[in-house]
Design a protein around this ligand. Sequence first.
Ligand SMILES: [Zn+2]
Length: 370
Amino acid sequence: MIKSVVPAIAIGLLLVVVNLDSVAAEDKNTNYVVLVTIDGLRWQDLFAGADERLINRENGGVRDVDAIRERFWTESPQERRTQLMPFFWNVVAKNGQVFGDLNADSVVRVTNGRNFSYPGYNEILCGFGDEAIDSNAKRPNRNVTILEWLNCKPNYQGRIAAFGSWDVFPYILNQERSGIYVNAGWEDLEIFANEREKEQWNLLANSLPRYWSEVRYDAFTFLGALEYLQVKRPRVLYVALGETDDWAHDGRYDQYLDAAYRSDQFIQGLWEACQRLDQYRDKTTLIITTDHGRGDDRDGWKSHGTSIPGSEYIWIAVIGPDTESLGPRTNIHVTQSQVAATIAALLGEDFAASDDRIAQPLPGIVRGNE
Ligand SMILES: [Zn+2]
């Protein structure tokens, strides 16, 4: 008799211990997702580090060639990429998975046919390419993003937030209809643990020269997201970094590399904050990707779009408790449109079932889902 009572008590305790946030997740460990995009960061630079053809004044607009070589150049591509993005290669790639190294027949393709930002973010967030989205104009997205879809569910309502450097995000995410929290462009940051810090940071942001009128510096986007994470504890946090793309359009490969390096530090900051908080530790999956690729040659690297060959190739990385540590994946072809359903699957939800156009989750990211 006594023997059978003990397991019954144990099972009872287990049921009590189950956190509210994991009700829909069942056997999944992921209760929280952090999605980070790094605008227009090329797979070439991610997988092989700084491109020697561009570390010069003529092709890369590099001002101090010696300094950039010192920071980012070494013969081995494996060492070079780690110099550029140390956290990505030492932690994310080692303990998670990375797709998109064309040299290893690992292909992530953009399917929207445009290969620029709004169509790319729509594809990442909505799960399909929409041919009607043919510009970066500030038009409210007619499609429902994974963020909006989740926000309609009671377990996620009011617990989804997005921080973007680019001021088009309130439209891409259809802030008005979706009701999700969006802070983008040079908007003041609102949520801080410390009110005095909030004032000081906003004062600083408003005192700096605005090199791009539509894109704030990623440091502010990161800071806002980090504070929000700690204060509001969202289920899904989207952080859209933007500088890499703008420096590339400006023809500044030195600044582009520096922005990629800083993006890596910001990702590290977000991930380490999650691991410091009991609520998020070992329950958070981080997904990192980009909206489009860029060209490969001495001029092409600056731009992207239908007329720039190769700008349809991107990359995706995932690290989290449900994702096996397979490292860089090889011989696999996936698409940008698979990110949205992957976010849902990690949370134990089926986004693809809500619309025929939505692509299935990435294979092998959620255990048991090949
Ligand atoms: Zn661009």
